[in-house]
Ligand binder design. Sequence first.
Ligand code: NAD
Length: 368
Amino acid sequence: MANPSILILPGDGIGPEVMAEVRKIIGWFGENRNLNFDLSEDLVGGAAYDAHGTPLTDATMAKAQSVDAVLLGAVGGPAYDDLDFSVKPERGLLRLRKEMDLFANLRPAQCFDALADFSSLKKDVVAGLDIMIVRELTSGSYFGEPRGISDLPDGQRVGINTQRYTTDEIRRVARSAFELARKRGNKVCSMEKANVMESGILWREEVTWVHQNEYPDVELSHMYADNGAMQLVRWPKQFDVIVTDNLFGDILSDCAAMLTGSLGMLPSASLGVPMENGRPKAMYEPVHGSAPDITGQGKANPIACILSFAMALRYSFDQGAEATRLEAAIETVLAAGARTADLLGPTGGSPISTAEMGDVIIKALDAS
Ligand code: NAD
C-alpha cells in the first residue's frame, strides 16, 4: 500500500523554523517505527504572495485537496500588513479551511505536569488536565446572512450578523465530537444558549437526536455557554469533550487553551468529511501565529507544531499509540527541565533553542 501523504506548508515567520523540527520528528518515525509518509512541501501566506502574488495558488490548493493531511506552520507578518484584504496571508489559510470544508476544529487543552505552575489558575485545578473543545468552524454567526453595516432612515447605522445553523451542520459536528469521545473519556458536553436563542434550541435538539440515534453509549450533557465559561475556569477537569458552535467555540477554546500556559504549546486540528479512503479531510496547525518579534532568532518553541503532528498521527493515520509515544517524549523533556525561552517563567534559567528542543525530543523518543 502507498504511504500516507502529507503536504507541509511552513508559511511565514517562525513557521519554517518550527516545521524544520517537525520534519526531524517525522523522519524519526520513519527510521524507527516503520511509519513512512510521502511528504511534499509548498508555499502559503506571505511566502506564496512573494513568489506568486497570491497567498495560495490554485495548484497548492489542488495539492491540499489530494493529500491525506496538511501540516501548516503559520502565516502573516508586518511586511504584509498593508496588502489588500483579498491577498493578505490569512486569506490563504481561510481558503484552505473553506475549500476543504473543515467544519470541525479540535483544540485540546492539555496540561503537562511540568508546566502546571504556568497557568494563572491553581496548580491542582489544571495539573493533569486533558480536555478537547470541538468548535463548528464553517457556519454560524461568522458566515450567516444577512450581514453587514447599513444606514437607517433616522441617520443611525446598524450592524448585523446572523446566527444560523441547519440540521446537517449541527449533526455532522456533533458526530465528530461523539467519535472523539469514544476514543477518550466517552463524555460530551454540548454548549449553546438555548435559554435565549432559537438556534440554541435547535442545536440542543439535534445534538440530542444524534446522541439517541447513533451514540447512546456516550454520556451527553448540555450546558449554557456562559455557565460553560465559568465551569472551565472553576473546575475544568469535569469535562472530556466539549462541542459548541463557531462563535462560542472561538471564545471557549481560547479560554480553555490558556488554562495550560504558553501559546507555544497549543496544537489544533481541523477536520472535514471522510475521503474515499476513510480518512477525514484534515489540516493540522499550531494555534500560534508567525511571531515576527522572535523570527530568525532560534527562540521559537516547536512543541505546538510537533503536537499538531501528534494529532495527525492520532486522527488521520490511526496511530494513537505512536501519538501517545510522542506526547510522552515531550512530557519527559519538560519534566527534565528543557525549556525554550517562552517556557522559562518568572524563575528564569537558561533557554534552549528551537533546534535543541527538537533534538532533546528525538533523544527522548530514542529512549522510549
Ligand atoms: P503570535 O501568535 O504570532 O505571537 C504572539 C506572542 O506569542 C508573540 O510575543 C510571540 O513571540 C509569542 N509566540 C507565538 N508563538 C510562539 C512560539 N511557538 N514560541 C515562542 N513564542 C511564541 O500572534 P501575533 O503577534 O498577534 O501575530 C503575528 C502574526 O501572525 C500576524 O501577522 C497575525 O496575523 C499572524 N497570525 C497567524 C495565525 C496563523 O497562522 N494561524 C494565527 C495568529 C496570528
